[in-house]
Design a binder for this molecule. Structure first.
Ligand code: HEC
Ligand code: HEC
Length: 393
């Protein structure tokens, strides 16, 4: 049994290696190829930046975007993103916790990493990360490259080491050649630096800017229903103040705000950005998350405390600081107060948030990845586990 399985494994790797894998030569849709690099094209580029318009208006521009990757780098990043080879034992890929069909989140209150360990926070969506200046709920990373080092090498996430990761990639029958295609002319195309760079390249292709809201904002009045427009008006009113922080068109102003959301029962207070910036006034502060594709990414908040979008919205009407544990000094943001929204207004906001959905540029999940492992988009048993089960027999 054992030998049969090994044989199967070896032959599948051999078939794999004999194939000629060529990375894509074209940019993802919405990107334009110029001098071998992909640049984002979108209609917001015709509008002024935020500074000139104030918050909440429809005709505001987007913040600066990280583009300029080659098509091959983006495609290589796609394989890496879906390949469980990047984890210690082949059991987890980036996509295990950032599943395309769940808004690139994982549907869990808090993610589950290596050997079933519960990670401290919920997995955020990755849509539009190419616009973000700070990453992680507590803003502790400034680039996508810096960010990826976190999950790759954290013991409770993918639990790998740089040495093992590089050894696995070098020994793989396909990756050395794919890195050459993506980084031609470099002395060492297969480097940790390029792994991080390619992952960043792929993630910047996750652009969502064509929701019904966008079509409305760009001039097609009929793109939103009356209820959605009613919700939008509450959303950006001075009473609700949502757009002060979740500012269109990105639906985040990228700042840190202390709003005092509750932790799940029995979970100690997460001090958030206080730790990043060593500043007590940021205790319980988190990066304002985007609300794009928000209907896909329940449960909500850093802790996944709210199961439904309605519960997350209702939090804001329950009174400033209502969920802050007794005895904790928290400096709640001035835009968090007691708007006393009616049930109807809460429903309307929720309806409006549904109009922020656009997954038209969702990338293809590869049928197979260079390791030959199943490109994980869930927690199916991995090849390694299956193998272990078989050898036990
Ligand atoms: C075990 C689950 C898990 C895996 C595997 C995982 N992530 Fe995450 N990811 C998370 C969680 C949880 C957070 C939020 C952590 C925090 O803020 O402290 C996160 C945050 C992020 C962010 C920040 C997004 C933002 O808006 O700030 C990016 C980008 C990201 N992950 C990319 C990746 C990449 C690339 C990989 C693979 C190398 C990966 N993740 C693997 C769970 C995971
Ligand atoms: C002062 C800034 C601020 C204002 C005003 C604000 N929010 Fe938030 N919002 C945040 C922050 C910060 C978080 C993350 C908090 C956490 O995880 O504990 C958040 C989280 C959310 C989430 C969950 C997102 C996710 O991915 O889990 C939703 C939904 C949301 N806000 C909707 C709203 C609505 C609707 C309003 C208006 C009624 C509003 N917010 C007003 C700062 C703000």
């Amino acid at each position: 049994m054992k030998y049969l399985f090994l044989l199967l494994l070896i032959s599948s790797v051999a078939i794999h290696a004999s194939e000629n894998w060529v990375l894509k030569e074209g940019c993802p849709p919405s990107f334009e190829l110029r001098d071998g690099q992909c640049f984002l094209v979108n209609r917001y580029q015709f509008y002024d930046s935020l500074q000139n318009r104030g918050v909440g208006g429809t005709q505001t521009g987007l913040p600066e975007f990280r583009d300029g990757f080659s098509p091959q780098q983006i495609d290589l990043g796609r394989y890496l993103f879906f390949d469980p080879l990047l984890s210690k034992d082949g059991s987890l890929s980036c996509a295990s916790c950032h599943q395309p069909e769940l808004g690139f989140a994982d549907g869990r209150p808090r993610s589950i990493g290596m050997d079933g360990q519960v990670v401290k926070r919920a997995a955020p969506s990755l849509w539009n990360v190419g616009f973000l200046k700070k990453l992680f709920w507590d803003a502790r990373a400034s680039t996508l490259e810096e960010q990826a080092v976190g999950p790759l090498f954290a013991a409770d996430e993918m639990a790998n080491t740089p040495q093992k990761l590089m050894a696995d990639l070098v020994a793989n029958p396909l990756y050395p050649e794919l890195f050459k295609q993506a980084y031609p002319g470099q002395a060492t195309p297969l480097s940790l630096e390029n792994v991080l760079h390619a992952l960043a390249a792929f993630q910047t292709s996750l652009v969502s800017l064509n929701s019904p809201y966008d079509r409305y904002a760009l001039g097609h009045h009929a793109a939103l229903s009356d209820e959605e427009i009613a919700g939008m008006n509450v959303y950006r009113s001075f009473v609700a103040r949502c757009s002060e922080c979740h500012t269109p068109p990105l639906f985040t102003n990228q700042q840190i705000a202390v709003i005092g959301t509750p932790e799940p029962e029995g979970v100690p207070l997460d001090i958030g950005a206080e730790e990043t910036f060593h500043a007590a006034k940021l205790k319980g502060g988190f990066k304002v998350p985007t609300l794009r594709n928000i209907v896909k990414t329940a449960p909500y908040m850093h802790s996944g405390r709210f199961d439904s979008l309605r519960d997350a919205v209702e939090f804001y009407t329950k009174g400033r600081g209502h969920a802050v544990p007794a005895g904790v000094e928290m400096q709640i943001h001035w835009h968090i107060w007691e708007p006393k929204l009616t049930d109807q207004e809460i429903d309307d906001i929720v309806t409006f948030l549904g109009a922020l959905t656009d997954e038209s540029l969702i990338p293809e999940t590869p049928d197979k990845v260079p390791s030959g492992l199943s490109p994980l988009t869930g927690f199916q048993p991995t090849l390694n586990q299956q193998q272990a089960e078989h050898t036990d027999e």
